[in-house]
Design a protein around this ligand. Sequence first.
Ligand code: UDP
Length: 435
Amino acid sequence: MTIQKRIAMVSEHAGPIALLGGVDAGGQNVHLDELSRNLGSLGYAVDIFTRRDDPKLPEVVDWAPGVRVIHVNAGPVQTIPKDDIWPHMAEFTGGMLTFMLRSGARYDLLHGHFWMSGWAVARLRQRLQLPAVQIFHATGITKRHHQGAADTSPPERIAVERRIVNEVDCMIAQCPAEQHELVIDYGADPGRVMIIPSAVNTRRFRPIDRAAARRAIGLPLDDIPTIVYVGRMLPRKDVRNLLYAAAELIHARAMPVRLLLVGGHVSGDPNAGEVGVLQALAAELRISEHTIFFGQRQPDQLYRYYCAADVAVSTPWYESYGLTPLEAMACGRPIIVSAVGGLTFTVQHGQTGLHVPPQAPQHLAAALHDLLSRPDRGAEMGRKARRRVEREFTWATTAHRTAALYESLLNGQTQAVATAEQARSVGERAPWMGD
Ligand code: UDP
């Protein structure tokens, strides 16, 4: 009889239960959910430890076959910004240990997500003598580089990340750009950084006919070229860039496009966060009647929004990886992305979409004009995009690769898990990384 291996996933602010699309809930929540479910299907028992942010949440939730969510008390039992969680991480780590002692749950391996849980995992690794894997999802150095004074991360973040890099057995990078950050910015040993791309649920995100999709979300069946953005509404996602590009198409190039903006909280208050800023900007650019703010939508509805459009756009200032481009691709739609971070890895320029420089609305307008004036080209890119995700970016594949990493660590191979090819790629500076 094979003994089921137990994995402790640790993700202080992003559990699968959280509503997606809010300010602090996004790709990491999806990642936890999909990876854990797929590891559950492979026979692992996965417990996801996350901070309790609502008194109604029970301590243990049976989430999916083989997957439980364990809510740990740490700090106020309410939603708080993720950058305010750090002072509560000692309590969180203690709460995890207490749960393990009280319930008798024994784990074979620890897997940390984001820097704060990485800190918890590095401490527990020592205490419990267990192998530890870490995935950062985003790093403090890159954030500080792009956000400067607007970065609200605790000042300890980068020093803590350096410690985690030295202490865990292995790190997962989702793409070469993330691997590069870990090795070059943090001095990680390339032999301990494994590239395992994150993925998309290809059953949930699937191509459907554009007319059916439009009917489902209440759009008219006209010929107006339609562009979709899906994601959190944050300044760094730069949806403003898309509004400027749309204004140029509509006013300067006489192409009357429609914008579908999905994500964030729509309140009608112009002072309410990024959506308020975007609404005011749309009015200023005289494109309000071309722009629909849908607000946050649940993941199982999103395929309709992608499929209602002719092209998807995601042009953040920077992006560690980015799941939404994969979702657009899985829906058989071409995507225009800024040439930053993981986006140049998942989207192939000229094949499954187009790359444009970040913060350059004229370039985005030109790329949109190009794709929207040649619908056949866009449709062909969409077909290729779907084939690409089916081949390269399913969560089943991600889980298999993660399981292979776990097994190598459990068999005592704590070093040299990355292939020689991956290790070599680290030294080369890819063109999109800049100086
Ligand atoms: N998302 C969602 N509903 C929304 C907006 C976004 O479910 O209204 C999901 C989206 O489908 C994607 C995730 O949130 O899976 C965002 O992930 P991504 O990696 O693109 O960006 P992040 O939020 O991690 O910066």
